[in-house]
Design a protein around this ligand. Structure first.
Ligand code: URA
Length: 288
């Protein structure tokens, strides 16, 4: 394994563990690798600038103080000015926060997602991926954003990670059909990069309304990104998993993303513990 591969793998693992995202600034990965070797166990927080979501700005976590401004066009498809000139970000009457909040069922939300231009992701995506499953599901699964397979099909979690998600659910006697599966962001970010805070903000009314309509007994956030966005925290999975949080009154359990499990099978066991915890929350709620 080359230094770069080892570094990439290490950074991916750290990110999946949820503690940190990284901006290498002007350093090459080789320079970073060299620095890591020289300092032994690095203090990542001090030596690399943390990126990622600003917890205070997470519109999902601060629901109620819902985002009021239209999405800022910051995705890297075209320079911002050009996008504005071309009017590529469009919040028409059908796609205002108020219009989304007024949706009375999941179907109009899905329609709005599919025609959404609240951020630039639609310019690079093939399909919107609103989510699928039971509109009265007692369990809602929230991932990060669609990947290539999801973009192609318009369905959430249908690639390799999706196959594993199905097995994880089955391990606690849940079928895909009886849950509702969705993502924080409903269009695929180019190259599967992390969604930007502006994209999350633009997309957040959809997930907020989906959760309001479904009223699940438990939410399972798969992966660091979904967990941090819903909980409005920068804490990582390592810290967040194993306890029951609440998302606006609904119990929320956090676990590793299935894609992370594909790379790190050691996390399968803790993931199973987490979904068993979610199952217990559900069973208790049903018994109540
Ligand atoms: N990863 C996600 O977070 N969501 C999907 O739908 C697919 C992969």
């Amino acid at each position: 394994m080359t230094d770069n591969d080892a570094l990439r793998r290490y950074l991916e693992q750290q990110r999946e563990m949820g503690d940190l995202d990284f901006v290498l600034d002007t350093l090459t990965s080789r320079e970073v690798a060299e620095k890591l070797k020289s300092v032994g166990r690095p203090d990542w927080r001090a030596s690399l600038k943390t990126a990622g979501l600003d917890a205070e700005r997470s519109p999902l976590a601060t629901r109620g103080a819902a985002p009021t401004r239209a999405a800022a066009p910051i995705a890297k498809t075209l320079p911002e000015d050009e996008m504005k000139k071309k009017g590529k970000v469009v919040v028409d009457a059908e796609h205002t926060n108020e219009a989304i909040e007024k949706a009375r069922s999941l179907k109009p939300i899905a329609e709005k997602v599919n025609s959404c231009k609240r951020c630039l992701l639609y310019t690079t995506a093939t399909n919107g991926v609103p989510g699928e499953g039971d509109s009265k599901a007692q369990v809602v699964i929230v991932g990060e954003a669609p990947g290539a397979n999801e973009d192609e099909t318009g369905l959430p979690f249908v690639g390799a990670a999706g196959g594993l998600l199905t097995k994880i659910l089955e391990s606690v006697n849940l079928s895909r059909e009886e849950v509702f599966i969705t993502n924080v962001v409903k269009h695929r970010p180019p190259g599967n990069r992390n969604p930007t805070p502006d994209e999350v903000e633009a997309c957040s009314p959809y997930l907020i309304r989906q959760l309001e309509l479904i009223k699940p007994k438990v939410i399972i956030a798969f992966g660091n990104f979904a967990a941090q966005t819903l909980l409005g925290t920068k804490d990582g999975i390592g810290k967040l998993r194993g306890t029951v949080h609440t998302y606006h009154g609904t119990p929320l359990v956090v676990t590793y993303h299935p894609a992370a499990l594909l790379r790190n099978p050691n996390w399968k066991r803790p993931t199973w513990e987490d979904v068993k915890l979610a199952r217990r929350v559900l069973d208790n709620a049903q018994g109540a």
